[in-house]
Design a protein around this ligand. Structure first.
Ligand code: G1P
Length: 297
Protein backbone atom coordinates (compact mmCIF):
# COMPACT_ATOMS: atom_id res chain seq x y z
CA UNK A 1 0.00 0.00 0.00
CA UNK A 2 1.22 3.48 -0.77
CA UNK A 3 1.63 5.73 2.23
CA UNK A 4 -0.22 9.06 2.26
CA UNK A 5 2.37 11.63 1.52
CA UNK A 6 2.82 15.33 2.06
CA UNK A 7 4.55 15.46 -1.31
CA UNK A 8 2.33 14.71 -4.31
CA UNK A 9 4.41 16.03 -7.17
CA UNK A 10 7.78 15.02 -8.53
CA UNK A 11 9.93 16.64 -11.20
CA UNK A 12 12.13 14.50 -13.42
CA UNK A 13 14.52 16.46 -15.63
CA UNK A 14 14.89 14.54 -18.90
CA UNK A 15 16.07 17.11 -21.39
CA UNK A 16 19.72 16.06 -21.62
CA UNK A 17 21.24 15.03 -24.93
CA UNK A 18 22.60 11.79 -23.48
CA UNK A 19 25.95 12.32 -25.18
CA UNK A 20 27.68 9.79 -22.91
CA UNK A 21 25.54 7.03 -24.42
CA UNK A 22 25.80 7.83 -28.12
CA UNK A 23 25.02 6.24 -30.51
CA UNK A 24 22.29 4.52 -28.39
CA UNK A 25 20.80 7.92 -27.52
CA UNK A 26 20.83 9.43 -31.00
CA UNK A 27 17.09 8.80 -31.46
CA UNK A 28 16.13 7.24 -28.12
CA UNK A 29 16.10 9.34 -24.93
CA UNK A 30 18.62 8.04 -22.42
CA UNK A 31 15.82 7.78 -19.85
CA UNK A 32 14.37 4.98 -21.99
CA UNK A 33 17.54 2.85 -21.91
CA UNK A 34 16.57 -0.33 -20.08
CA UNK A 35 17.87 -1.77 -16.86
CA UNK A 36 17.40 -5.43 -17.83
CA UNK A 37 13.97 -4.86 -19.47
CA UNK A 38 12.57 -1.82 -17.66
CA UNK A 39 13.29 1.73 -18.87
CA UNK A 40 15.39 3.64 -16.33
CA UNK A 41 12.72 6.33 -15.99
CA UNK A 42 10.11 3.71 -15.10
CA UNK A 43 12.26 2.55 -12.16
CA UNK A 44 12.57 6.16 -11.01
CA UNK A 45 8.85 6.89 -11.39
CA UNK A 46 8.04 3.65 -9.58
CA UNK A 47 10.20 4.82 -6.65
CA UNK A 48 8.26 8.10 -6.53
CA UNK A 49 4.88 6.37 -6.75
CA UNK A 50 5.79 4.00 -3.92
CA UNK A 51 6.55 7.10 -1.84
CA UNK A 52 3.05 8.51 -2.45
CA UNK A 53 3.71 10.74 -5.47
CA UNK A 54 0.72 10.99 -7.83
CA UNK A 55 1.87 13.58 -10.40
CA UNK A 56 5.14 13.48 -12.30
CA UNK A 57 6.36 16.44 -14.29
CA UNK A 58 8.89 15.36 -16.90
CA UNK A 59 11.01 18.20 -18.25
CA UNK A 60 11.61 17.27 -21.87
CA UNK A 61 13.93 18.38 -24.59
CA UNK A 62 13.50 17.29 -28.17
CA UNK A 63 13.05 13.66 -29.10
CA UNK A 64 11.20 12.69 -25.94
CA UNK A 65 7.92 11.38 -27.34
CA UNK A 66 8.99 7.87 -26.41
CA UNK A 67 8.68 8.78 -22.71
CA UNK A 68 5.11 10.08 -23.09
CA UNK A 69 4.17 7.07 -25.21
CA UNK A 70 5.63 4.68 -22.65
CA UNK A 71 3.35 5.96 -19.89
CA UNK A 72 0.28 6.09 -22.17
CA UNK A 73 -2.03 3.25 -23.21
CA UNK A 74 -0.79 1.11 -26.08
CA UNK A 75 -4.20 -0.24 -27.20
CA UNK A 76 -2.94 -2.17 -30.20
CA UNK A 77 -0.18 -3.86 -28.21
CA UNK A 78 -2.47 -4.67 -25.28
CA UNK A 79 -5.15 -6.02 -27.65
CA UNK A 80 -2.64 -8.19 -29.55
CA UNK A 81 -1.18 -9.57 -26.32
CA UNK A 82 -4.69 -10.51 -25.10
CA UNK A 83 -5.56 -12.13 -28.44
CA UNK A 84 -2.43 -14.23 -28.11
CA UNK A 85 -3.52 -15.33 -24.65
CA UNK A 86 -0.87 -13.29 -22.82
CA UNK A 87 -3.22 -11.48 -20.45
CA UNK A 88 -0.50 -11.06 -17.86
CA UNK A 89 1.76 -9.03 -20.13
CA UNK A 90 -1.27 -7.02 -21.33
CA UNK A 91 -2.18 -6.20 -17.72
CA UNK A 92 1.40 -5.21 -17.00
CA UNK A 93 1.39 -2.82 -19.97
CA UNK A 94 -1.95 -1.35 -18.90
CA UNK A 95 -0.65 -0.85 -15.35
CA UNK A 96 2.27 1.27 -16.61
CA UNK A 97 -0.16 3.69 -18.22
CA UNK A 98 -2.14 4.18 -15.01
CA UNK A 99 0.93 4.35 -12.76
CA UNK A 100 1.01 8.10 -12.58
CA UNK A 101 -0.39 11.36 -13.95
CA UNK A 102 2.31 12.51 -16.31
CA UNK A 103 2.76 16.13 -17.30
CA UNK A 104 5.34 17.09 -19.90
CA UNK A 105 6.95 20.49 -19.95
CA UNK A 106 9.53 21.60 -22.41
CA UNK A 107 12.96 23.02 -21.69
CA UNK A 108 13.54 25.00 -24.84
CA UNK A 109 17.23 25.68 -24.31
CA UNK A 110 19.81 23.48 -22.58
CA UNK A 111 20.63 26.03 -19.87
CA UNK A 112 21.35 23.56 -17.07
CA UNK A 113 19.73 21.44 -14.36
CA UNK A 114 18.55 24.43 -12.30
CA UNK A 115 16.84 25.89 -15.35
CA UNK A 116 15.26 22.50 -16.16
CA UNK A 117 13.69 22.33 -12.68
CA UNK A 118 12.55 25.96 -13.00
CA UNK A 119 10.66 24.98 -16.18
CA UNK A 120 8.36 22.89 -13.94
CA UNK A 121 7.44 25.86 -11.69
CA UNK A 122 3.93 26.42 -13.04
CA UNK A 123 3.11 22.73 -13.09
CA UNK A 124 4.25 22.29 -9.47
CA UNK A 125 2.87 25.51 -8.01
CA UNK A 126 3.04 26.51 -4.38
CA UNK A 127 3.71 23.21 -2.62
CA UNK A 128 6.68 21.06 -1.62
CA UNK A 129 7.85 18.73 -4.36
CA UNK A 130 10.39 16.02 -5.11
CA UNK A 131 13.13 16.07 -7.74
CA UNK A 132 14.54 12.77 -8.99
CA UNK A 133 17.48 12.62 -11.39
CA UNK A 134 17.16 9.66 -13.73
CA UNK A 135 20.90 8.94 -13.76
CA UNK A 136 20.81 7.99 -10.09
CA UNK A 137 19.06 4.76 -9.19
CA UNK A 138 18.40 4.00 -5.54
CA UNK A 139 17.36 0.41 -5.12
CA UNK A 140 15.30 -0.14 -1.99
CA UNK A 141 12.16 -2.27 -2.37
CA UNK A 142 11.00 -1.81 1.22
CA UNK A 143 11.56 1.93 1.70
CA UNK A 144 11.91 4.01 -1.49
CA UNK A 145 14.76 6.51 -1.36
CA UNK A 146 12.66 9.59 -2.06
CA UNK A 147 10.16 8.47 0.60
CA UNK A 148 12.95 8.62 3.19
CA UNK A 149 13.55 12.27 2.25
CA UNK A 150 9.82 13.04 2.28
CA UNK A 151 9.70 11.81 5.89
CA UNK A 152 12.63 14.02 6.90
CA UNK A 153 10.97 17.00 5.24
CA UNK A 154 7.67 16.26 7.03
CA UNK A 155 9.52 15.99 10.34
CA UNK A 156 11.78 19.05 10.05
CA UNK A 157 10.05 21.36 7.55
CA UNK A 158 13.46 21.82 5.90
CA UNK A 159 14.48 20.88 2.39
CA UNK A 160 15.92 17.36 2.35
CA UNK A 161 18.53 16.06 -0.06
CA UNK A 162 20.27 12.71 -0.41
CA UNK A 163 24.02 12.64 0.23
CA UNK A 164 26.75 10.01 0.14
CA UNK A 165 30.46 9.99 0.92
CA UNK A 166 32.58 9.66 -2.23
CA UNK A 167 36.22 8.57 -2.49
CA UNK A 168 38.86 11.32 -2.30
CA UNK A 169 39.62 12.61 -5.78
CA UNK A 170 36.05 12.13 -7.09
CA UNK A 171 34.56 15.29 -5.56
CA UNK A 172 34.81 17.27 -8.81
CA UNK A 173 32.16 15.00 -10.38
CA UNK A 174 29.41 16.03 -7.95
CA UNK A 175 27.72 18.76 -6.02
CA UNK A 176 29.50 18.73 -2.65
CA UNK A 177 27.97 19.78 0.68
CA UNK A 178 29.40 20.53 4.11
CA UNK A 179 27.83 21.21 7.49
CA UNK A 180 27.22 19.76 10.95
CA UNK A 181 26.25 16.13 11.31
CA UNK A 182 23.99 15.07 14.18
CA UNK A 183 24.06 11.77 16.09
CA UNK A 184 21.55 10.25 13.65
CA UNK A 185 23.90 10.97 10.73
CA UNK A 186 21.83 13.81 9.28
CA UNK A 187 23.68 16.90 8.17
CA UNK A 188 22.49 20.46 8.65
CA UNK A 189 23.91 21.84 5.42
CA UNK A 190 25.82 25.14 5.53
CA UNK A 191 27.89 25.03 2.36
CA UNK A 192 27.35 23.70 -1.15
CA UNK A 193 29.47 23.82 -4.26
CA UNK A 194 28.79 22.31 -7.67
CA UNK A 195 31.68 20.34 -9.19
CA UNK A 196 34.49 21.90 -7.09
CA UNK A 197 37.91 22.17 -8.72
CA UNK A 198 40.25 19.35 -7.61
CA UNK A 199 41.63 20.01 -4.13
CA UNK A 200 39.03 22.67 -3.22
CA UNK A 201 36.05 20.58 -2.04
CA UNK A 202 34.80 21.43 1.47
CA UNK A 203 34.13 17.71 2.20
CA UNK A 204 33.67 14.35 0.52
CA UNK A 205 29.87 14.46 0.96
CA UNK A 206 28.28 14.44 -2.48
CA UNK A 207 24.73 15.16 -3.54
CA UNK A 208 22.85 12.15 -4.92
CA UNK A 209 20.03 12.98 -7.33
CA UNK A 210 17.11 13.00 -4.88
CA UNK A 211 15.70 16.21 -3.39
CA UNK A 212 12.55 17.31 -1.53
CA UNK A 213 12.16 21.05 -1.86
CA UNK A 214 9.77 23.65 -0.47
CA UNK A 215 8.28 26.28 -2.81
CA UNK A 216 10.75 28.83 -1.37
CA UNK A 217 13.25 27.38 -3.88
CA UNK A 218 11.48 29.05 -6.86
CA UNK A 219 12.70 32.65 -6.41
CA UNK A 220 16.22 31.35 -5.76
CA UNK A 221 16.12 29.32 -8.97
CA UNK A 222 14.74 32.25 -10.92
CA UNK A 223 17.63 34.44 -9.70
CA UNK A 224 20.48 31.97 -10.15
CA UNK A 225 23.07 33.09 -12.70
CA UNK A 226 25.03 30.55 -14.77
CA UNK A 227 27.64 28.75 -12.66
CA UNK A 228 29.86 25.67 -13.17
CA UNK A 229 30.15 24.77 -16.86
CA UNK A 230 28.28 27.98 -17.78
CA UNK A 231 24.98 26.34 -16.75
CA UNK A 232 22.28 27.42 -14.30
CA UNK A 233 23.02 24.96 -11.51
CA UNK A 234 20.43 23.53 -9.13
CA UNK A 235 23.15 23.37 -6.46
CA UNK A 236 23.67 27.16 -6.59
CA UNK A 237 19.97 27.81 -5.90
CA UNK A 238 19.99 25.14 -3.17
CA UNK A 239 22.87 26.93 -1.43
CA UNK A 240 20.71 30.06 -1.10
CA UNK A 241 17.91 27.94 0.37
CA UNK A 242 20.29 26.14 2.75
CA UNK A 243 21.45 29.41 4.34
CA UNK A 244 17.90 30.83 4.51
CA UNK A 245 15.58 30.23 7.50
CA UNK A 246 14.00 27.30 5.60
CA UNK A 247 17.27 25.34 5.96
CA UNK A 248 18.39 22.09 4.41
CA UNK A 249 19.10 18.62 5.75
CA UNK A 250 21.40 16.10 4.07
CA UNK A 251 20.36 12.48 4.53
CA UNK A 252 22.30 9.30 3.83
CA UNK A 253 19.53 7.37 2.14
CA UNK A 254 19.30 3.60 2.73
CA UNK A 255 19.49 1.61 -0.51
CA UNK A 256 21.94 0.53 -3.19
CA UNK A 257 22.87 3.51 -5.36
CA UNK A 258 23.79 3.07 -9.00
CA UNK A 259 25.07 5.78 -11.33
CA UNK A 260 23.24 4.73 -14.48
CA UNK A 261 24.49 7.86 -16.27
CA UNK A 262 27.95 6.35 -16.55
CA UNK A 263 28.78 3.36 -18.79
CA UNK A 264 30.28 1.22 -16.04
CA UNK A 265 27.59 2.25 -13.55
CA UNK A 266 24.93 1.38 -16.12
CA UNK A 267 26.38 -2.09 -16.68
CA UNK A 268 26.69 -2.56 -12.91
CA UNK A 269 23.03 -1.57 -12.43
CA UNK A 270 21.97 -4.05 -15.11
CA UNK A 271 23.88 -6.84 -13.42
CA UNK A 272 22.64 -5.95 -9.93
CA UNK A 273 18.98 -5.75 -11.03
CA UNK A 274 19.29 -8.98 -13.04
CA UNK A 275 20.73 -10.78 -10.01
CA UNK A 276 17.68 -9.71 -7.99
CA UNK A 277 15.34 -11.50 -10.40
CA UNK A 278 14.84 -15.10 -9.27
CA UNK A 279 14.18 -16.28 -12.85
CA UNK A 280 17.47 -14.78 -14.05
CA UNK A 281 19.84 -15.04 -11.11
CA UNK A 282 21.38 -18.48 -11.64
CA UNK A 283 21.67 -18.06 -15.40
CA UNK A 284 23.34 -14.64 -15.01
CA UNK A 285 25.83 -16.00 -12.48
CA UNK A 286 26.65 -18.91 -14.80
CA UNK A 287 27.06 -16.45 -17.67
CA UNK A 288 29.45 -14.28 -15.63
CA UNK A 289 31.56 -17.31 -14.73
CA UNK A 290 31.63 -18.43 -18.36
CA UNK A 291 32.69 -15.00 -19.60
CA UNK A 292 35.37 -14.66 -16.91
CA UNK A 293 36.72 -18.12 -17.67
CA UNK A 294 36.83 -17.20 -21.37
CA UNK A 295 38.93 -14.18 -20.43
CA UNK A 296 41.27 -16.39 -18.43
CA UNK A 297 40.19 -14.72 -15.14
C1 G1P B 1 24.00 16.39 -10.98
C2 G1P B 1 24.06 17.51 -9.94
C3 G1P B 1 25.13 17.20 -8.88
C4 G1P B 1 24.88 15.84 -8.27
C5 G1P B 1 24.78 14.76 -9.36
C6 G1P B 1 24.37 13.43 -8.76
O1 G1P B 1 25.21 16.42 -11.71
O2 G1P B 1 24.32 18.74 -10.59
O3 G1P B 1 25.07 18.20 -7.88
O4 G1P B 1 25.93 15.54 -7.36
O5 G1P B 1 23.81 15.13 -10.36
O6 G1P B 1 24.31 12.42 -9.71
P1 G1P B 1 25.39 15.62 -13.11
O7 G1P B 1 25.67 14.18 -12.75
O8 G1P B 1 24.09 15.76 -13.86
O9 G1P B 1 26.54 16.26 -13.79
Amino acid sequence: MTARSSVRKAVIPAAGLGTRFLPATKAVPKEMLPIVDVPTIQLVIDEAVRAGVTDVIVVNGRNKHAIEDHFDHAYELEHTLRERGNARAADEMAAISTLVRLISVRQKQPLGLGHAVLCAREAVGDEPFAVLLGDDLIDNDADPGIGQLIRVHAETGAAAIAIMEVPAGKEHMYGIVAGDRDAGGRMRIREMVEKPKPGTAPSRWAIVGRYVLPPEIWPHLANTPPGAGGEIQLTDALRELAVSPAGMVGVVVAGARHDAGDKLGYLRANLAYALKRPELRDAVLALCREILAGQGV
